[in-house]
Design a binder for this molecule. Sequence first.
Ligand code: CU
Length: 130
Amino acid sequence: MKKIIFVMTMLFVFISCTGKGESNSINPDDYNVIGEVINGVRVIDVEAYRFGFEPEYIVVNSGETVKLNLKTRDVPHGFMVEKLDINVSIDPGEINTVDFIAEKKGVYQFWCSVPCGSGHRSMEGFLIIK
Ligand SMILES: [Cu+2]
């Protein structure tokens, strides 16, 4: 019995510690797909700034090929979707692109991977694959 309680407690601690943000409370049905489809590729412009991303919710359909055009409004930032193995830098004066296939439905948190100041840790958003 003690063992079960221990396991349950550890499970609870583990669940409450995994991930930051509120991805569990996001219902993909509440969001519309954004960007435009050009030659079969969904193209979405994303702008990073101190301290956030515009748009904060990147919404695509599952099965689509997606291209993100990443820009920064100010200092160098990064764009990281850990669960999809995406991590690119966003450099001033450049457009850095990310290409991927939105394979699995879900809500994937992304965040800035380049320390950029006091609000860096709150620089996040969600990639929603419907
Ligand atoms: Cu940043």
